[in-house]
Design a binder for this molecule. Structure first.
Ligand code: HEM
Length: 400
């Protein structure tokens, strides 16, 4: 039996002892159940992310019949459509085209301009929490913060913002290695509703443009080229999903790590200027996204291993971030760790487009809590959601 059991409840609560074992004994291995070659070493994960012989998509090179993948289930069409038109699942030249167009709208200036809004949103949430003795740091702070930030950036009216997280939560369930039929139904319905809503907003912004990202995406043009309606919808959904699930979990996982390392928490409270390096360490220490896949785009030998075109590899970011070949004492939380070449934002052509926004948002999220809730303490030992890829807590109850 493999020691890697991605369904094992104990593994999902704390995957790091298994990773340590894998890194020491079998850093690259084939996992029969998921039919994936898994890589755990930092060097390999980083190299494969940058190696163009691996890609996020293969359907431009091989048909479904050749891959032995059944034809797409027509019932999943609304969900598949979101992926089919997003840069996330594209390879060059389509990926380059989409990323260039989106980047023209999602500019550094637009992100920098969000700083004051993010501070106001965080302050507002802290003010509401201060009315209570105990709160769930995820549901009462991290989740509404990151949803409001991305919603405000896109220009989603406040009255509709409550619809975003349920849609996103439902859709991302289909990214896990496994899901139930009920979760699939839910995700399909959410995909359809969300797409319809975004098309409605696009029509409104075309009639009455505003200074928001939706208007910019609807209007963006590069050398006579524009985003199609489907591409615009897929991009908004990607920005929302990619833009908040991971950020929420860096707040939850990071605070849990601090509560479990009281000396580090004390140090951070005394030296809030350490927040930027602390955030990089939270992302390394307990990565919010544990694994990404790549297709093998050509027959090859990688590090002596024969890999066949049409198969997939799994890159375990959580393990790479604990590789002792790169990180001294990887199991220790060190909020001053520098350099910290963690891999949590990926690498190569799909490197996280939202990394500058995520970093800004996380800094504000931590600084606001440190400044206004100096006595915050863990109220109950939390548990992680039973999911491998999106690694985050169910809740994080704290007393103020
Ligand atoms: C701490 C928070 C975040 C983490 C850990 C994270 C992580 C990642 C990773 C690992 C990838 C690459 C996936 C791959 O190579 O297969 C990625 C891609 C992406 N991320 Fe993030 N992300 C975060 C926040 C954000 C935010 C706030 C946004 C935008 C609002 C965003 C937008 C994107 C987009 C659009 C892509 C696709 C890029 C492409 O395919 O070229 N992310 N993210």
């Amino acid at each position: 039996m493999s020691i890697f059991e991605p369904d094992d409840p104990a593994f999902l609560q704390n995957p790091y002892p298994v990773y340590q074992h894998l890194l020491a004994e079998t850093p690259t291995f084939y996992h029969e159940d998921s039919q994936l070659w898994f890589f755990t070493r930092h060097h390999d994960v980083d190299a494969i992310l940058r190696d163009r012989r691996f890609g996020r998509s293969i359907l431009h090179l091989m048909s479904r019949e050749e891959l032995d993948i059944p034809p797409p289930n027509a019932a999943y069409e609304p969900f598949h459509k979101l992926g089919q038109h997003s840069m996330f699942d594209k390879e060059p030249p389509e990926h380059t085209r989409l990323r260039t167009l989106v980047h023209k709208a999602f500019t550094p200036r637009r992100i920098r301009d969000m700083q004051h809004s993010i501070e106001a949103i965080a302050q507002n949430l802290v003010d509401s929490m201060q009315q209570r003795e105990q709160v769930d740091l995820l549901a009462d702070y991290a989740a509404p913060l990151s949803v409001r930030v991305i919603a405000e950036l896109l220009g989603i009216p406040e009255a509709d913002q409550h619809r975003l997280r349920p849609w996103s939560n439902a859709i991302v369930k289909l990214y896990e290695l496994d899901h139930t039929p009920a979760q699939a139904d839910h995700a399909i319905q959410a995909s359809q509703e969300f797409a319809d809503y975004l098309k409605f907003l696009a029509r409104k912004r075309r009639e009455q443009p505003r200074d928001d990202l939706i208007t910019a995406l609807v209007m963006v043009e590069e050398a006579g080229d524009q985003l199609s309606e489907d591409e615009y919808v897929s991009t908004c959904v990607l920005l929302l999903n990619a833009g908040h699930e991971a950020t929420v979990n860096v707040v939850g996982n990071g605070w849990l790590a601090l509560f479990r390392h009281p000396q580090q928490l004390e140090k951070l409270r005394a030296n809030p200027e350490l927040v930027p390096t602390a955030i990089e360490e939270f992302m390394r220490y307990d990565s919010p996204l544990q694994m990404f896949r790549r297709w093998i785009l050509e027959d090859m030998t990688y590090d002596g291993l024969p890999l066949k075109k049409g198969m997939q590899v799994g890159l375990i970011f959580g393990a790479a971030n604990h590789d002792p070949a790169v990180f001294q004492q990887p199991a220790s939380l060190d909020i001053t760790r520098s350099p910290n070449p963690h891999i949590s934002f990926g690498g190569g052509i799909h490197y996280c487009l939202g990394a500058p926004l995520a970093r800004m948002e996380l800094q504000v999220a931590y600084q606001t809590l440190l400044a206004h809730l100096p006595a915050m303490q863990l109220a109950a030992d939390p548990t992680f959601n039973p999911a491998f890829v999106i690694h985050g807590l169910k809740e994080l109850q704290v007393t103020l």
